[in-house]
Design a protein around this ligand. Structure first.
Ligand code: COA
Length: 332
């Protein structure tokens, strides 16, 4: 379905009327009461401008992550070992681009156009997930992405799907179904390498060692320095804090890695039996901020590929726009 503003629609600019939230305490009260009662906020509803701004930031970043995230895996379609793995990877990459499309549409309902989002990605103004700024050097890297990064994404998305903004939650419900398939294929490839030859296990261990720090950073900085968590949790955009999601991920997936005889490169990693919380070495958060700020190993390459695609796809968008303005042909 072509529902988005990218090709056909004019941007929705309804936010202009609500910029002065402070002048509207009654509406703010109603809005917060609705959220507290577990009701969804829909695009036509009044919302504080900060809620709108935060949602656009978060959903847009999520959409960019889906599309940019397909790039490192996409380069492995021709090299995936065997027909079955190639088929699964093609389907996964296609799904990820579809997730981007769903999320861009959800962000468009808040008034930012697809063109604006694309321009902000290409200029470096909008972020995307830190993990997609690292290279997928071997098949084991793709395997670790397919298992552990998809697992991390599910933990995050399942939490966010219970949130307050209707279009984002509905998009996430569908995305989570597809991500569970991705996770299964990632886990299957992971188990295959982990139970393979010493060379396959060595390759997998090497990938795990390289990917572990960025995976630990995937859920965002620790709660005590997270800039947006408090406000986003108050408005039920985020349903769990960064540290809570990280802990949930460790709880479910570290045992699955260990039971295959693989290790993780953190001597402190262990569950505290009293608190039930995982202890770990804090990843290098200065490095994280540098990477998401544009200075990671692959940032320039990722943006260059998106830029190329944008430029070379311009004629398709133009053609679709022209075609959509034509009268439809009579049937028969
Ligand atoms: N990758 C890139 N940037 C990240 C990040 C990550 N893994 N985690 C946090 N950040 C950025 C935030 O965008 C923010 O930067 P900004 O103020 O310039 O926008 C900054 O780090 C501070 O982090 P925090 O206040 O904790 O951000 P947050 O409340 O938005 O929480 C997420 C971070 C990832 C948990 C949240 O954005 C989220 O749930 N996003 C939707 C899911 C998603 O994008 N998944 C990615 C791929 S599947």
């Amino acid at each position: 379905m072509y529902g988005g503003g990218y090709i056909f629609d004019e941007p929705d600019r309804r936010q202009a009327a609500e910029e002065n939230d402070h002048d509207q305490p009654a509406r703010l009260g109603e809005f917060e009461a609705k959220i507290a009662a577990g009701e969804k906020i829909e695009p036509g509803d009044w919302m504080p401008s900060e809620y709108r701004r935060q949602l656009i930031r978060l959903i847009e970043q999520h959409a960019h992550s889906e599309v940019v995230g397909a790039l490192p895996e996409g380069t492995w379609i021709t090299r995936a070992p065997g027909f079955r793995r190639k088929m699964a990877l093609i389907a996964k990459v296609q799904d990820e681009i579809g997730h981007g499309q769903l999320l861009y549409h959800a962000a468009e309902t808040l008034g930012k156009t697809r063109q604006e989002m694309t321009a902000d990605l290409l200029s470096g103004k909008s972020k995307y997930s830190n993990v997609f700024n690292y290279p997928a050097e071997t098949w084991a890297d793709v395997t670790v992405i397919g298992f552990l990064i998809d697992a991390a994404a599910i933990v995050n998305q399942l939490a966010n799907s219970k949130g307050s903004y209707g279009p984002y939650c509905r998009a996430l419900e569908r995305i989570c179904y597809e991500e569970s398939f991705h996770l299964k294929q990632g886990q299957d490839a992971f188990v295959e390498l982990a139970s393979g030859t010493p060379m396959q296990r060595g390759m997998l261990q090497d990938a795990l060692n390289r990917w572990w720090p960025p995976i630990m950073q995937f859920f965002g900085p620790p709660d005590k320095i997270s800039a947006h968590s408090a406000r986003l949790m108050q408005w039920k955009v985020k349903m769990a804090s960064n540290d809570e999601m990280r802990n949930q991920f460790l709880d479910t997936y570290v045992p699955k890695v260990f039971e295959l005889g693989m290790t993780l490169p953190d001597p402190l990693l262990a569950k505290d039996p009293v608190t039930g919380r995982w202890k770990y070495t804090e990843p290098d958060w200065n490095l994280f901020f540098r990477v998401i700020g544009g200075d990671g190993p692959c940032n320039r390459e990722r943006i260059a590929v998106r830029s190329w695609a944008e430029e070379h796809g311009a004629w398709v968008r133009k053609a679709l726009k022209v075609t959509s303005g034509m009268p439809s042909l009579p049937i028969a």
